[in-house]
Design a protein around this ligand. Structure first.
Ligand SMILES: NC(=O)C1=CN([C@@H]2O[C@H](COP(=O)(O)OP(=O)(O)OC[C@H]3O[C@@H](n4cnc5c(N)ncnc54)[C@H](OP(=O)(O)O)[C@@H]3O)[C@@H](O)[C@H]2O)C=CC1
Ligand SMILES: CC(=O)N[C@@H](CCC(=O)OP(=O)(O)O)C(=O)O
Length: 342
């Protein structure tokens, strides 16, 4: 089977990463690549690491240029995917790496994104309860945000097993590629190098409702999330520390048992052996999420540390994994499970 794939937003970070993975995918042939202001440029000038595609000229992002493919990846800014997606046929698989179709609650969407809600598609985090079945055979996929990927993988098993009170606290650090390629004053090298800083503090970050949605679904009751993102001086990676008050009866043994069972058969979620801790360096460039759990007896809290590469498992890897499921291909095709070190 040969799958012909187009990528809209090929000049950006998410588009570049999905192309890196698709170039290694045994069943995929790369078709049209599009951009916005960089339409007309050669890809090699913008993504010099994608050597086999260096001479490809970027087309304008329109439904016409994206027509005639089996799958279209949309790596466009928030709010731009819906207009393109609605013009693509229903038989085409559309994988949206933006946020447009992630949230089920229209009021949440409007509050955090400030535009009308476009709809809700099957959610591209197969490891969440029920998600894999919804992706199989689907022709529309909403790829999760990078922080919600790290945090949902970390806390969903605890909530699904009834181990935690419905009030989660999350502090997470992200590499700068999470903010995209467009120049922003707080992302200048001299602002970021040698410094860590918080942003979106106090429930303001748009990934908060996405985490609440996923964890509430796992818990079967409304979970609140206090989320503090921080910017770290590294190009890729997210390290999230997620915690919640433990319910009576929880101890280290029970906590480990729940996580071992939840992820025993998952190819891309790795619960580390006791005493070892996740690190962004260990998952760099891979589609793997590393997890470790701890029970803080004195505080009565469950702690889960998770590490992902924001561009791989946090975006493009999740997108390709979901494509594989949607098209009935082996779920792991084209996806590296091993990282690059040091
Ligand atoms: N970076 C990350 O870790 C993650 C990103 N995502 C999502 O992926 C999407 C892309 O993000 P990212 O790659 O980081 O962003 P970038 O800013 O790096 O890339 C944006 C891409 O969209 C194109 N584009 C911008 N405006 C338009 C337009 N009006 N019409 C057509 N194309 C346009 C750009 O083209 P040009 O170069 O020509 O301007 C570029 O190819 C976003 O929705 C983001 O939320 C999701 C999870 C994680
Ligand atoms: C460091 C940084 O700025 N990160 C981005 C998250 C990137 C991402 O995954 O999210 P979306 O797909 O929802 O854009 C942010 O906090 O806005």
């Amino acid at each position: 089977m040969t799958v012909r794939a187009a990528v809209a937003g090929a000049s950006g970070y998410a588009g570049g990463e999905v192309l890196r993975l698709l170039l290694q995918h045994p069943e995929v042939e790369i078709g049209v690549l599009t951009a916005g202001s960089n339409a007309g440029q050669r890809l090699g000038a913008l993504q010099p690491h994608l050597l086999p595609l260096a001479d490809r000229v970027l087309a304008a992002t329109t439904a016409e240029t994206l027509a005639g493919h089996d799958v279209v990846f949309l790596a466009l800014p928030h709010g731009q995917s819906a207009a393109v997606a609605e013009q693509l046929g229903e038989s085409v698989l559309v994988v949206d790496m933006g946020a447009d179709f992630r949230l089920a609650d229209a009021a949440d969407w409007e509050r955090f994104y400030g535009s009308p809600h476009a709809g809700t598609w099957p959610y591209g985090l197969p490891e969440l309860p029920g998600a894999r079945a919804a992706l199989e055979g689907s022709r529309r996929v909403a790829v999760p945000g990078c922080y919600p990927t790290a945090v949902s993988l970390a806390l969903a098993p605890a909530y699904a097993a009834g181990l935690a009170e419905p009030e989660a606290v999350v502090v997470a650090a992200s590499g700068t590629s999470g903010a995209g390629k467009a120049a922003k004053p707080h992302l200048l090298g001299s602002e970021v190098m040698g410094s860590m800083s918080p942003y979106g503090v106090g429930g303001l970050h748009r990934h908060t409702p996405e985490m609440i949605q996923n964890l509430s679904a796992a818990a079967g009751e409304r979970v609140t999330v206090s989320f503090t993102p921080t910017l770290a001086p590294m190009p890729r990676g997210i390290l999230a520390t997620s915690s919640a008050k433990a319910r009576p009866g929880v101890d280290t043994g029970r906590l480990r048992e729940v996580y071992e069972k939840a992820y025993a058969d998952e190819p891309f979620v790795h619960l580390l052996p006791e005493g070892r801790w996740p690190a962004t360096g260990a998952v760099y460039g891979s589609n793997t999420a590393q997890l470790q759990v701890a029970y803080d007896e004195a505080a009565g809290r469950i702690l889960v540390i998770s590490a992902i590469d924001n561009l791989t498992k946090g975006t493009a890897g999740g997108a390709v994994q979901s494509m594989n499921l949607a098209l009935g291909l082996p779920e792991t095709s084209g996806l590296p499970a091993t990282g690059i070190a040091p």
